[in-house]
Design a binder for this molecule. Structure first.
Ligand code: NDP
Length: 267
């Protein structure tokens, strides 16, 4: 077994052998896959997961996968352990003994909710997708991340070695909440992303010994179905920034929240 780590070139995204992005049939996830495909030195394997690969919402991704053999579509419902396990098994078979360098837990939901309107169902279902999902996905792919890290044990923490990225948001930051709360309450979403931040911190403490870099990223306010048309950034602008951030991640970014420009966001 060997992990085909690559020499880092600080251009248009990290140089990795393999990457997996959840929720990649639309929005930021789809754009991440597009950027990886377009890189001058793209990954050999780009696992693009979505809930319904046969559905209408996956058409664009399907076209990309049929044009680019590096893009492998996998069915993955982040809240369903059986689906996550099945995706991990398929990925392992595809990697043929290599590890997974980069896991991006991108899938997420943001229903509207206020303190007055939040219901138990709303709170639990958002938590399930935004926190339990990344937990399950990371548990299932951990052996492959560890394998990648072992294959480059001489290297410092970086995406080209092994990294776990949780797509979070400034809306989950306790310190920043007074700046945005009144115009954008989304209580269930904020609570779930604060919990995702805690999950990232715990993962960073546990997985450091395995050589896996763990970082949360805030992509900015982005024009997607989730972010809405009034958002500040196009999905291309956000993902351009994220790709640069991924290139530069190192030990000092382990266990923190960064924005798409690489600036630290307080928890
Ligand atoms: P979109 O709504 O455009 O896309 C969300 C993606 O997540 C879709 O592919 C969706 O799949 C998938 N998804 C949702 N639930 C699940 C699930 N249970 N299992 C698997 N996949 C699921 O959102 P964005 O692209 O805007 O957001 C991506 C991430 O970025 C999210 O985590 C979000 O919180 C975060 N973020 C976004 C911001 C923004 O302004 N857009 C700001 C800050 C953070 P399907 O098509 O099947 O529904």
């Amino acid at each position: 077994m060997q992990t085909r780590g690559r020499k880092e070139v600080n251009m248009a995204g990290p140089n990795v052998y393999s990457v997996l992005v959840t929720g990649s049939n639309r929005g930021i996830g789809l754009e991440l896959v597009k950027h990886f495909v377009r890189k001058p030195n793209p990954p050999d394997v780009i696992f693009a997961t979505c809930r319904d690969p046969a559905g209408a919402q996956a058409e664009e991704l399907k076209k990309m996968a049929s044009k680019h053999s590096k893009v492998i579509m996998l069915q993955l419902e982040a809240t369903d352990p059986a689906s996550v396990e099945a995706a991990a098994k398929k990925a392992e078979a595809h990697l043929k003994g290599s590890g997974l360098n980069l896991l991006i837990n991108n899938a997420g939901v943001m229903p509207q909710s206020t303190l007055a309107s939040a219901t138990p169902d709303d709170m639990m279902s958002v938590y399930n997708t935004n926190v339990v999902g990344p937990l399950l996905v990371t548990q299932a792919f951990l052996p492959l991340l560890k394998k990648a890290a072992q294959g480059s044990s001489h290297k410092p923490l970086s995406c080209s070695k092994a990294a776990l990225i949780n797509m979070s948001t400034i809306l989950g930051s306790m310190e920043k909440t007074p700046e945005t709360y009144s115009w954008f309450p989304v209580v269930s979403y904020r609570c779930s992303k604060a919990a995702l931040n805690m999950l990232t911190k715990c993962q960073s403490l546990e997985y450091k010994q395995d050589g896996i870099l763990c970082t949360a990223i805030h992509p900015g306010w982005v024009k997607t179905d989730l972010g809405g048309s009034e958002a500040d950034l196009t999905v291309d602008e956000s993902v351009n920034g994220i790709m640069k951030v991924l290139c530069n991640l190192s030990e000092k970014h382990h266990g923190i929240l960064l924005n798409w420009e690489g600036k630290t966001v307080p928890w």
